[in-house]
Each structure stands twice: as structure tokens, then as C-alpha cells.
Design a protein around this ligand. Structure first.
Ligand SMILES: [Fe+2]
Ligand SMILES: [Fe+2]
Length: 255
């Protein structure tokens, strides 16, 4: 089985670039399953019902998320009804929505980090609890976290127990894609699908203002016809559930 995992899609640029990529390459690359992080897909902040449907039509099978999942108010009513739109599993149990989805032969789990991100349940403990209930060996994890150390630690903790641990949230692709000793594929961060020459997909000027003046600032998605597309392609052994290979697919897409 071959899976494509795509980093945080930022605004319309991000969605359009994913659409363009999948329409030309989903078939030619023999991709069986597409997972993409949608927490910034609605104007940079959150996701809506109509954007979820648009991404599904584009060919995204499962949408993961992170700290921005609650940014659009309508998500509260919608997330309960859409099992293929995930929020991190280590939010308190009373939070709406699901943290993982079982597609039959593969399970996708979304987790969020605690270092520099917020106060959540322990991702190590929660992932262990979920995995103990599963019969499938094919398990993919999107670990939405800031610190590379926390992401590497979780990946090593789960080595041999899951197919892949990939990081999201920083919007910056990392070059450490590898297969760990017991067969789990790992990369600290997928990166993003967002405007080239931006500050993590947003206009640089408000970001510069914010950091120089230490004042709250409204961030705006940068509009650009050139989009940075970051993802990894993972080949999975169907019997053992272990990763055979992980390779980055990073492109500049012209819309
Ligand atoms: Fe993000
Ligand atoms: Fe995030």
C-alpha cells in the first residue's frame, strides 16, 4: 500500500495546489490513500464543512488537524458527523470529534504535542491506549507538535508498533525522513502547502510587525501563484504493517 501524507494546507493557495498535484499525480504515482492536514485550510484558520467536502472531492481521503481545528465556529456542529476529519486524540475526552479513524485495513491517528503548544493529555499514553485496541498493523500517526525532540521521542516510543509517525504544525519541511530500527517511518515535519516566500504561508509584513513590536497582529494568508508543496510518500508492507520506504515529495507548484 502506498500513502501520501501532505503538510498543513494554508488557505486557498494550499487547497488549489493539492488539487493540482493530485489530479495529475495520484494515478501516475499509484497512490492508494491521501492524508492531509487541514487545520489552516480556511483562510489560514481552521476548516469548514464546505472546504472538507472540496478537499474530499480533490482526492484527500482523511483530513488531520491540530491546534487551529476550532478556529471556525461551524466546526463544532460538523466535526461529530465527519469521521474522516480528525482532531488530535489527546484533547480531553469531552471535546467534540474523533482523534482517530479506522478505514478497515488502516488506521489514522492524530495527536498534538505539549511542548510549546499547550496543555493536553499525554500523547504517549493516549497513543498506547488506542493502539492496544486495534487489530490492524497498518497505523499512521500525524503528530502535530512544535518541538522536533518531542516528535522524535514519540516516534522512537512507537517504533515497531505503528507504520509511520509524521510531524506537522511548524509548516517547515525537515530532511530527517528515515525508517527507524523496528520499521516505523518517521519525519519530524512534513512542511506545508502554502505560498512561496511567505512566513509559514502568511504575509511577512504583519509577522515582522508582531515580532518587532510584541503586539497582537492579524495574520493574513499570502496570495501567490507559486506554492510550496511538501509531502512524504510511504510504501507499506501489507502483511507486517511496517514501512518499506519513506521519501519526500517537495515541489513548487505554479497555479
Ligand atoms: Fe498549521
Ligand atoms: Fe498547528
Amino acid at each position: 500500500m502506498r500513502v501520501l501524507m501532505i503538510g498543513d494546507m494554508v488557505g486557498r493557495n494550499g487547497r488549489d495546489a493539492v488539487k493540482q498535484f493530485l489530479s495529475s499525480k495520484r494515478k501516475s504515482l499509484n497512490i492508494d490513500l491521501v492524508i492531509a492536514n487541514g487545520e489552516n485550510s480556511a483562510g489560514g484558520f481552521g476548516i469548514t464543512q464546505s472546504i472538507t467536502r472540496e478537499l474530499q472531492l480533490t482526492g484527500v481521503d482523511v483530513i488531520t488537524s491540530g491546534n487551529h481545528i476550532w478556529d471556525q465556529k461551524e466546526i463544532l456542529g460538523f466535526i461529530e458527523k465527519e469521521p474522516r476529519l480528525l482532531r488530535p486524540a489527546n484533547y480531553p475526552e469531552t471535546a467534540p470529534g474523533n482523534g482517530w479513524v479506522d478505514l478497515g485495513d488502516i488506521v489514522i491517528i492524530n495527536l498534538i504535542g505539549r511542548l510549546f503548544v499547550g496543555e493536553f493529555d499525554c500523547p504517549f499514553k493516549i497513543s498506547e491506549e488506542i493502539i492496544s485496541k486495534l487489530s490492524t498493523k497498518k497505523i499512521l500517526i500525524d503528530f502535530h507538535a512544535e518541538a522536533t525532540s518531542e516528535k522524535a521521542a514519540l516516534a522512537h516510543f512507537l517504533d515497531g508498533k505503528v507504520t509511520a509517525v509524521v510531524g506537522t504544525h511548524t509548516h517547515v519541511p525537515t530532511a530527517d525522513d528515515c525508517i527507524l530500527p523496528k520499521g516505523t517511518a518517521f519525519v519530524s515535519d512534513l512542511g506545508m502547502v502554502g505560498a512561496l516566500n511567505s512566513v509559514i504561508g502568511f504575509d511577512p509584513d504583519p509577522a515582522i510587525f508582531k515580532f518587532r513590536n510584541q503586539m497582537p497582529t492579524r495574520m493574513k494568508v499570502k496570495q501567490s501563484s507559486l506554492v510550496q508543496f511538501n509531502s512524504v510518500l510511504i510504501d507499506i508492507d501489507d502483511i507486517s504493517g511496517k514501512a518499506i520506504s519513506i521519501s519526500r515529495i517537495d515541489e513548487i507548484i505554479e497555479l
